[in-house]
Design a protein around this ligand. Structure first.
Ligand SMILES: Nc1nc2c(c(=O)[nH]1)N[C@H]1C(S)=C(S)[C@@H](COP(=O)(O)O)O[C@H]1N2
Ligand SMILES: [Mo]
Length: 209
C-alpha cells in the first residue's frame, strides 16, 4: 500500500473528527516549562462551591489510595493531530464529585495546573464517564513531559481541556474562561463540530470575553 493510500485510509477512519489527522508516536505539547515534581508539598485540592463550603485536599499518598478506573478514548489536539484508542488509568472525575460533592448551583469547574494553567469545563463534561485524572497511559506511568504525576483527560473535547500537572479543581456557580479559552480558543471545544476558536462561538456557548 502506498503512502497516499495509507493516508487516505487514515483520514477515513470514522473515529477521526473533521480536520484531524492521525499521529504516530506521542508529541509533547504545552505552554511554558515542565514543572518539577515536589512530593512533599504536592497536593490535589478541591475548592470553591463545595456542598460543605470546605475545601478538600489529598496529598500524593492519599490521592494514590483513591479507587481507580481504566478507560479508552481518542485524543484530539486543536493543532490537528489525533491519537486513537489510548488507555488511561487513574481516578475518575466522577469519583472526586462523589467524595467532595459540589453545592447544588454548581454548573462548571475550573481545572488548575502548575504555573496557573487552567481550563474550564461544564459540570456535565467533568462528570462524564471517560473524564479521568490519569496517572498512567497504555499501562505505563505518565512521564513528566506528559503530565506526571496527574493529568486530566476529557474525551470528546480538544485536548487543551485536559491540563497536565493538575493541582486543583474549582467548583463554580457560573462559567469562566480558562487559559486558552481566554486567548482565542473555543469555550466548548467539541472536535466533532470543529469548535476551535472563540470567534466561532454562538450566544450561550460561553461567558462574554
Ligand atoms: N498544564 C498544561 N496542560 C496542558 C497544556 C499546557 O500548555 N499546560 N496543553 C494542552 C494541549 S494544547 C494539549 S494538545 C495536550 C498535550 O498533551 P501531551 O503533551 O501529553 O501530548 O496537553 C494539554 N494540557
Ligand atoms: Mo493542543
Amino acid at each position: 500500500m502506498g503512502q497516499s493510500e495509507q493516508a487516505q485510509l487514515q483520514q477515513s477512519d470514522p473515529r477521526l473528527p473533521p480536520g484531524q489527522r492521525l499521529q504516530r508516536g506521542w508529541p509533547v505539547l504545552h505552554y511554558g516549562p515542565v514543572p518539577r515534581f515536589k512530593p512533599l508539598t504536592w497536593d490535589l485540592q478541591v475548592f470553591g462551591a463545595t456542598a460543605s463550603a470546605e475545601k478538600h485536599s489529598w496529598d500524593f499518598e492519599g490521592f494514590h489510595e483513591l479507587p481507580t478506573v481504566t478507560v479508552r478514548s481518542d485524543f484530539h489536539c486543536v493543532t490537528r493531530f489525533s491519537m486513537l484508542d489510548n488507555e488511561w488509568s487513574g481516578v475518575a472525575a466522577a469519583t472526586l464529585l462523589e467524595l467532595v460533592p459540589p453545592a447544588e448551583q454548581v454548573s462548571h469547574v475550573m481545572v488548575w495546573a502548575e504555573y496557573g494553567y487552567s481550563s474550564n469545563l461544564s459540570l456535565a463534561d467533568f462528570a462524564a464517564a471517560g473524564t479521568v485524572f490519569a496517572t498512567h497511559h497504555n499501562g505505563e506511568p505518565l512521564t513528566v513531559e506528559h503530565g506526571f504525576p496527574v493529568r486530566l483527560v476529557v474525551p470528546g473535547r480538544y485536548a487543551w481541556k485536559g491540563p497536565k500537572w493538575v493541582r486543583a479543581v474549582e467548583y463554580m456557580r457560573a462559567d469562566r474562561r480558562g487559559f486558552w479559552e481566554e486567548r482565542g480558543y473555543h469555550n466548548r471545544a467539541d472536535p466533532w463540530t470543529e469548535q476551535r476558536y472563540s470567534y466561532q462561538e454562538e450566544p450561550g456557548d460561553g461567558p462574554l470575553r
